[in-house]
Unconditional design. Structure first.
Length: 198
């Protein structure tokens, strides 16, 4: 089936993989790791968190490369020369771009923090290292926390844009980031707007 105004299938796959890994990484970091003391029991969940972070770094790079090599859907942005869309919709495209940027930066910062704290010697077989008593003695720990907070706020804005289309305007917004063409019900008296996504 010929795609019309939808994202490339590779971007669809990368979008949902990134969404899943981001949710798992946030959940493990914010609700598990921060509550655990730096004992040997923390090593396994920390290994998983690090593996998820490196995977996010690779996926974000791949996603950016695919975006550069594929044509995104055309977006309707103005009506009669004036942009009349709600602010939440107008900032959706910049938010999407910042999601790429801060996902990449947070994952990269996590790699740097792991190196600062000597975690490869802790998590790798035969390393023989020990977890530091406090990760906050390393400068990148604060940076990692700030980046993750900003990223969480961007995710909230992204979700609010989806809620705006899906529930307030009755548009099947999920169809825009899926594998096959679907008709999107236009609003009365105006063309259908397509939500920046992916």
């Amino acid at each position: 089936m010929k795609r019309k105004g939808l994202y490339h299938p590779a971007l669809v796959v990368l979008h949902w993989l990134t969404t899943l890994l981001l949710a798992l990484t946030f959940g493990l970091g914010a609700w598990v790791l921060v509550r655990m003391p730096n004992t040997p029991a923390k090593v396994v969940p920390l290994e998983v968190h690090m593996a998820l972070g490196v995977s996010l770094l690779v996926l974000t790079l791949a996603r950016g490369l695919v975006r550069l090599r594929t044509k995104p859907p055309k977006l309707r942005t103005t009506a009669g020369g004036k942009d009349t869309r709600p602010l939440l919709v107008r900032i959706a495209r910049p938010v999407q771009f910042l999601l790429y940027v801060f996902t990449f930066l947070m994952a990269l910062c996590g790699v740097g923090l792991a190196l600062q704290a000597g975690l490869p010697q802790v998590v790798l077989p035969g390393g023989g290292g020990r977890l530091p008593e406090d990760f906050y003695v390393f400068p990148l720990r604060d940076v990692h926390a700030i980046l993750s907070t900003i990223l969480a706020l961007l995710v909230v804005l992204h979700l609010l844009t989806w809620i705006h289309y899906q529930f307030l305007r009755g548009v099947n917004a999920l169809a825009w980031i899926w594998f096959q063409s679907r008709r999107v019900r236009p609003e009365a008296g105006r063309d259908t707007e397509r939500k920046p996504h992916g």
